[in-house]
Write a protein that binds this ligand. Sequence first.
Ligand code: IMP
Length: 203
Amino acid sequence: MNVFIASSNEGKIKEIKAILADTSLNLSSVLDRGDLKDFDVEETGKTFQDNALLKAKAYAQLLKMPTIADDSGLEVQSLDGFPSVNSNRWFKGTASERNLALLDLLKNEGNRQARFYSVICFYDPNTKVAKFFEGEIKGKIPLEQRGSKIEGFGYDPIFIPEGFEKSFAELGTEFKNTISHRRKALLKLSQYVLQGKRLGQPE
Ligand code: IMP
């Protein structure tokens, strides 16, 4: 089955292709389609599921082919889950400035529990069937940014996964990708296909 990946993020596309390599899915992405580089989908949903579906559906309908999209973010327990679906939008500035702003919100907070959450949506425009696969990783927010590349990917310098002493940024992308929320969601999708279940069909 030919499946499109609704992302132009090279890291994410690599991760998705690597995890789904054992499946029979033939994957292409925005990076293979120069004509789509300015196509944008507004993430107006209230949940990660809503936004993953919005993105998958928009590309699927445009290209008339089954599409995978992901939506993810950070949820901080003592802030009632904030920034959640707004992880990418609540602050204008660099990732490092945004991390400092979040640390500031937690300045006098003892409860540092947080989680990364990811939803992968598969949408088939022919059958109109949508399937969702989710993954989470629990952890805590340190008192300051940690990791040499503090301009690195998103919230990685301020997230220490459970069972580790180092932040995602300190652990490095390669290792992080073996335990991440997105990895867990993608593995569920891969297992679904490898079990012989048909993605675009109703259960
Ligand atoms: P999106 O799913 O690509 O829209 O990402 C949503 C937001 O969550 C972005 O601001 C990312 O920086 C952040 N985010 C999602 N996954 C991760 C991660 O694995 N590490 C760091 N930040 C992440």
